[in-house]
Write a protein of this length. Structure first.
Length: 110
């Protein structure tokens, strides 16, 4: 367990800070691309059922903002717990399953 979470008194490390900044940037980019995708193709284009439900309940802007804020908050909690490996894995996961597909879909707009 010690390897997963370091104590709070450990000095900040640049690696963890850069990872959480990258995670936040990926969340912002995913939110922006998702919003453009929904505005272009309609809400049915969203594949994530949690985000899709939030959009259906609150509307595209507030629903998407709530989903992205929740994801960002979870990333911050992981950073504060110093579980940087998981933050890095989630950043790569979002790049692979959210950013790249949205970029491909939106680049096909004619």
């Amino acid at each position: 367990m010690e390897r997963l979470c370091r104590s709070w008194d450990v000095a900040d490390d640049v690696y963890g800070n850069l990872l959480v900044i990258g995670f936040m940037l990926v969340q912002c980019l995913d939110g922006a691309l998702t919003y453009v995708g929904i505005a272009t193709y309609g809400p049915s284009i969203e594949a994530n059922p949690l985000v899709s439900s939030a959009i259906a309940v609150a509307g595209p802007g507030p629903g998407l903002a709530a989903a992205k804020l929740l994801a960002a908050a979870c990333g911050i909690v992981l950073h504060l717990l110093r579980v940087h490996g998981l933050v890095a894995a989630l950043t790569l996961f979002y790049l692979a399953v959210a950013i790249v597909p949205w970029a491909g879909i939106l680049l096909m707009i004619q």
